[in-house]
Design a binder for this molecule. Structure first.
Ligand SMILES: [Zn+2]
Length: 223
């Protein structure tokens, strides 16, 4: 590898390092307790306590995949997801808690709307890809050196921009690339071209970083 490419790959690693830290801090799950009978749950909250059967709250850091008992993979079986969603909806539906105490009614409502939101997000490949970016769970694959250079140059260009209009124009360009890539991720997964889809997800991750960089620069120059 020549020095130029070494620099590029070093720069990209640096760009991505902050999201790796995020990943590490989110994966630790603390034990929790049933609010009613005080039973300890070693791995976060179940929907209902397995001792007293009372409905439980949702952890603040609960992710949508984990909520349905799924791994954080882009590839998922839509029928399986649908089945899991309906299974949860059937046990948390607020109508079933009309006679219960207020706290249980509130938790049932929270579960019901959380399940809806989670299902809607994961069901659609575009929103699923975006959500995974949020979670920073898109594993970087081998990056094409030419693309790595392109991104590195783009980040330098953004760092040097001092006018809001230039930065905003760049932001629109990046958003257009993100939209194209989202379409390509969804289309490729749809037709079973998983390698291509993963490559697009990987590129998406870099463009997402670039967008955040533009937003940061816009913030800096407005100070
Ligand atoms: Zn309990």
């Amino acid at each position: 590898m020549n020095t130029y490419l070494q620099q590029a790959s070093h720069g990209l690693r640096r760009l991505l390092s902050s999201s790796h830290r995020l990943q590490a801090s989110c994966s630790s799950r603390l034990a929790s307790q049933c609010w009613k009978c005080r039973k300890t749950f070693p791995k976060g909250f179940p929907i209902h306590c397995n001792d007293c059967n009372v409905i439980q709250p949702i952890r603040a850091d609960q992710d949508y995949f984990g909520y349905f008992g799924m791994d954080q993979n882009f590839e998922l079986n839509p029928d399986d997801l649908k089945k899991k969603f309906w299974k949860i909806q059937s046990v948390v539906h607020p109508d079933k808690y009309g006679m219960n105490e207020e706290k249980e009614q509130k938790y049932a409502e929270l579960h019901s709307s959380f399940a809806n939101q989670a299902y809607k997000t994961l069901q659609n490949p575009r929103s699923r890809a975006l959500y995974m970016l949020e979670l920073s769970k898109v594993e970087p694959s081998e990056t094409d050196p030419a693309f790595a250079m392109e991104i590195l140059e783009l980040s330098e260009e953004i760092e040097e921009m001092t006018k809001a209009e230039d930065l905003n124009a760049k932001k629109h360009e990046i958003e257009a690339s993100i939209n194209e890539l989202l379409d390509s991720v969804a289309a490729n997964f749809d037709k079973g071209a998983n390698e291509e889809a993963r490559e697009s997800l990987n590129r998406l991750r870099y463009y997402d970083r670039m967008k955040k960089l533009v937003v940061r620069r816009l913030d800096e120059i407005s100070q």
